[in-house]
Design a protein around this ligand. Structure first.
Ligand code: SAM
Length: 306
C-alpha cells in the first residue's frame, strides 16, 4: 500500500507484509491493532477489508491521533491497550478475528526532542507515551530507592553495572534534582567506556522507558485479554523489540500464560489455548534492516487460537 511522506516520517512500519499476512484477514472480519502509531499496519489491514470489516486501533499517545484514518470501518481508541477487554465491551464486540501488537515506541517518539526518549537531544527527562500519565523518568531517577533503581536497570536494561549506576544516581541527586537529559547524561556517562557508550546508554534509556510506561504490566494484561477475546481460529500477531517482551509473548503462545507455566491433561498432553503458526521467530531480512535500521531487533510471532 502507498504511504504518504508524513506517515513515513512518523514511523516506518516493520515486518508489514509478514505481520498482516499472519493475521489471516477475512474481508468482513473484526480486527484490532493495539499499537496504532503512524497507522502503517492499520492502513494495510483496512486495504484488505470489505464494507462490513471492522478495525479498532489503540494508542495511548495523543500524537498518534494525527494519523487517524478517515474510514467508516475504523475506530480509534486513545487508551492504553491494557484496557482491551473494557473497550471491546464498550464497542459491543464479543470476539475478534485477529489482534496485532507492534510493541514499544515509534520513531516519532525517538525523533521528538521534547518527549525525552532519546539521548541524542537535551530536554526534560520525561519518556511518557501518554502525556497525561503521572510518572516521568525524572520522577523515577529522583524518587526511587537505590535498590529499586538497580533492579530496573538490571531487569529492564540487562545492564551489568546496574548497582553502580543506581549508586551514582543516588549520590548525584543528593546535590539537587536531576531534571534534564543533559544533567542525567553527565552523571552516568563516566560509567561507560567510549566504545560501548551508545549501546549502554540505549539500555539505560530502555529500562527507564519500560518503568515509566509500566510496559511489562500493560503487556501482560493485554496478552491475557487478547487470549480471551480471540475467536477459535483467530490470530495473535506480535512484534517485539527486546528479549523481555519476546519471552512473555513466547510464553503466552506456548502455554496460555505469560509466566510460561505448563499444565497437562490426564494423558500428559500440554494444555494450551494456542497453536503456533510459526515455530521459528520471523525477523526482518537484510533489505528491510538496511532500509529501516530500527527494524533490526524486531521479532514476529504468530499463534492461532484453538
Ligand atoms: C512501534 S509503534 C507502532 C507503529 C505502527 N505499527 C505503525 O505502523 O505505525 C508502537 C505504538 O504503540 C503505542 N503504544 C505502546 N504501548 C502502548 C500501550 N500500552 N497502550 C497503547 N498504546 C501503546 C505507542 O504510543 C506507539 O505509537
Amino acid at each position: 500500500m502507498k504511504e504518504t511522506q508524513e506517515e513515513l516520517t512518523y514511523h516506518v512500519p516493520v515486518l508489514l507484509k509478514e505481520s498482516v499476512d499472519g493475521m489471516n484477514i477475512c474481508p468482513n472480519g473484526t480486527y484490532v491493532d493495539v499499537t496504532f502509531g503512524g497507522g502503517g499496519h492499520s492502513r494495510e489491514i483496512l486495504s484488505r477489508l470489505e464494507k462490513d470489516g471492522r478495525l479498532l486501533g489503540f494508542d495511548q499517545d495523543e500524537d498518534a491521533e494525527r494519523n487517524i484514518v478517515d474510514d467508516p470501518r475504523f475506530i480509534f481508541v486513545r487508551s492504553n491497550f491494557r484496557y482491551l477487554h473494557n473497550f471491546l465491551r464498550y464497542h459491543d464486540i464479543e470476539k475478534v478475528d485477529a489482534i496485532l501488537a507492534d510493541l514499544g515506541v515509534s520513531s516519532h517518539h525517538f525523533d521528538d526532542s521534547e518527549r525525552g526518549f532519546s539521548f541524542r537531544f537535551d530536554g526534560a527527562l520525561d519518556m511518557r507515551m501518554n502525556k497525561r500519565a503521572g510518572l516521568t523518568a525524572a520522577d523515577v531517577v529522583n524518587t526511587y530507592a537505590e535498590e529499586r533503581l538497580a533492579d530496573i536497570f538490571y531487569l529492564y536494561g540487562e545492564l551489568k553495572n546496574s548497582r553502580k549506576l543506581a549508586s551514582v544516581i543516588v549520590k548525584a541527586r543528593a546535590n539537587g534534582q536531576i531534571k534534564t537529559i543533559g544533567e542525567f547524561l553527565e552523571i552516568i556517562k563516566p560509567l561507560f567506556g567510549r566504545e560501548r557508550e551508545k549501546k549502554e546508554l540505549a539500555k539505560v534509556f530502555q529500562a527507564l522507558r519500560i518503568e515509566v510506561n509500566q510496559e511489562m504490566e500493560a503487556l501482560k494484561e493485554m496478552l491475557t485479554a487478547a487470549t480471551e477475546a480471540l475467536k477459535p481460529g483467530g490470530r495473535l500477531v506480535v512484534i517485539t523489540y527486546h528479549s523481555l517482551e519476546d519471552r512473555m509473548v513466547k510464553n503466552i503462545m506456548k502455554t496460555g500464560n505469560v509466566e510460561g507455566k505448563t499444565t497437562q491433561d490426564f494423558f500428559g498432553n500440554l494444555q494450551t489455548p494456542f497453536k503456533l503458526v510459526n515455530n521459528k521467530v520471523i525477523v526482518p531480512d537484510e533489505e528491510e534492516i538496511e532500509r529501516n535500521p530500527r527494524s533490526r531487533s524486531a521479532k514476529l510471532r504468530i499463534a492461532e487460537k484453538k
